[in-house]
Ligand binder design. Structure first.
Ligand code: C5P
Length: 220
């Protein structure tokens, strides 16, 4: 591929989100944000301008990458919607917590005896919203932003990844298993909307990011 990444804006979501019950307690997941950082570093190396909207993670951000720190799914959504118009590629590597507590208590909930029931509401599906916006504009074919999602499943990975790609109007989806969650390595398969399937071996996240961006180049 001979196009240049110089001047392109790559927007990446990364890490987990936190959904608070009270000021000190939250539900979240085991995402380390390492895949997001690897994608950011690779996109930078290619010459792109990179913004990462990241949930709380312990690994430091790569150099020369703009980071917007958020905690909740709603905060992530607001940041992404603000920046989506100016992005050439959006890569959704974040493990957005699927639910949030129905009620937030502004003061710490007191410990008491007996069972406690937690009521949860679904969080907004951020990449799907962006996919919807892109679809609505497709009176005439609109290539950008190129949308790339991730899919992590314990079973039925290929089938549900293809379903997600279609339903969320993505150009590509990176299918992987929970083993990659906090790991340095990832075994992924890249599916694209034109029917391609690339099964990658177990790779460092950096190398996997390189392969994902190479594929993404086909859609720019
Ligand atoms: O539907 P599922 O959560 O498995 O889809 C995964 C893809 O959708 C990932 O790219 C993830 O970052 C994105 N996603 C999102 N907002 C959510 C849930 C998932 O953007 N609330």
């Amino acid at each position: 591929m001979s196009f240049s990444w110089n001047g392109l804006h790559v927007l990446i979501t990364s890490g987990p989100t936190r959904e608070f019950l009270d000021p000190v307690r939250f539900i979240t997941n085991a995402s380390s944000g390492k895949m997001g950082w690897a994608l950011a570093e690779e996109a930078r190396r290619l010459g792109a301008r990179v913004t990462v909207v990241s949930g709380p993670v312990s690994t430091p951000a790569p150099e020369k990458v703009s980071v917007k720190w958020i905690e909740t799914a709603f905060e992530m959504r607001n940041q992404v919607l603000k920046m989506a118009k100016k992005a050439d590629i959006i890569i959704s590597a974040a493990a957005v917590t699927d639910w949030r507590p129905k009620k937030f208590s502004p003061s710490k909930i007191k410990r008491k005896k007996g069972e406690v029931r937690l009521s949860l509401l679904p969080n907004p599906d951020i990449i799907r919203e962006i996919g919807e916006i892109k679809k609505k504009k497709e009176g005439r074919p609109q290539r950008r932003p190129v949308l790339i999602g991730f899919s992590l499943e314990t079973n039925g990975l290929e089938r549900s990844s293809l379903k997600k790609m279609r339903e969320k109007n993505l150009d590509m989806i990176v299918a992987n298993s929970p083993a990659s969650l906090s790991s340095e390595k990832i075994r992924a398969t890249l599916f694209s909307k034109i029917g391609s399937k690339k099964k990658l071996p177990l790779l460092s996240k950096r190398l996997c990011a390189r392969k994902i961006l190479k594929e993404a180049g086909n859609f720019l």
